[in-house]
Design a binder for this molecule. Structure first.
Ligand code: ADP
Length: 227
């Protein structure tokens, strides 16, 4: 057993294979995120951050290379087993919250747990605990439209962690917020991540936020380099 939660080795991904517009987004991308480590993924827009996160999160497959989550090589698994691993082990956060508009904050965090076989009472208890940790327990009964952008995103963090994943992948998680709110909401995310001890790979343009993580890597010309 290594202490890596996520390991990508020599990952390659191109779009429009063999056609005039072929672009190679990832050339020889490698990264390791240790258990409990929080790594910033820094790159300009269009560099391939979303592509990399989707491959790490088993939403997309590389053309070649290895994707290992907690020592299991994922490309060797069937689609069904990969989907199971994704649901069990990985939490996602996007720039936009993607909460279900017709449900309350609490229900948005309860529903993925019910889908995972957790009882209604346990799911509600866990959801309230998570909302408290990010400082929005008072918004539990509000629907997304009745919350501020920062509050919506805090709820989205709770939903991503609802089923206790081992790895968190985030794509510009505070990118939609104004700088002051972004700073506070990022602080709430870090509190939650540290409290649960999970590993995280968090893409950001914001160097101040990147500096608050354990380590930074840059995506440059299809490869990952220490920053
Ligand atoms: P980032 O998240 O850093 O902005 P992306 O991973 O979204 O970058 O995209 C990297 C490059 O790959 C861009 O040039 C984008 O246009 C291209 N790309 C992404 N997805 C596809 C796709 N499904 N088909 C063709 N090109 C794509």
């Amino acid at each position: 057993m290594s202490d890596a939660m996520l390991r990508l080795t020599a990952v390659r991904k191109a779009y429009n294979h063999g056609k005039p517009g072929e672009i190679t987004v990832l050339k020889d991308a490698g990264i390791e995120v240790a258990k409990g480590e929080v790594v910033a993924l820094v790159a300009p827009s269009g560099a391939g951050k979303s592509t990399l996160l989707h491959i790490a999160g088993l939403l997309d497959t590389p053309d070649s290379g290895l994707v290992q989550i907690a020592d299991t090589e994922m490309s060797a698994l069937s689609d069904k087993r990969r989907t199971e691993a994704r649901r069990r082990d990985i939490g996602f956060i996007y720039q936009f919250h993607h909460l279900l508009p017709e449900f309350t904050a609490l229900e948005n965090i309860v529903l993925p747990q019910l889908a995972n076989g957790v009882s209604q009472a346990d799911a509600r208890g866990r959801a309230m605990g998570l909302l408290e940790q990010v400082g929005v327990a008072g918004r539990a009964q509000h629907r997304p439209a009745a919350m501020s952008g920062g509050e919506q995103q805090r709820v989205a963090f709770c939903r991503a962690l609802a089923n206790s994943p081992r790895l968190l992948l985030a794509d510009e998680p505070t990118g939609n917020l104004d700088p002051a709110t972004s700073d506070q909401v990022f602080g709430a995310l870090m509190t939650l991540v540290r409290a649960t001890g999970l590993s995280a790979l968090i893409a950001t343009h914001n160097m101040q936020l990147a500096a608050r993580m354990d380590r930074m890597v840059r995506l440059v010309d299809g490869t990952l380099q220490p920053a």
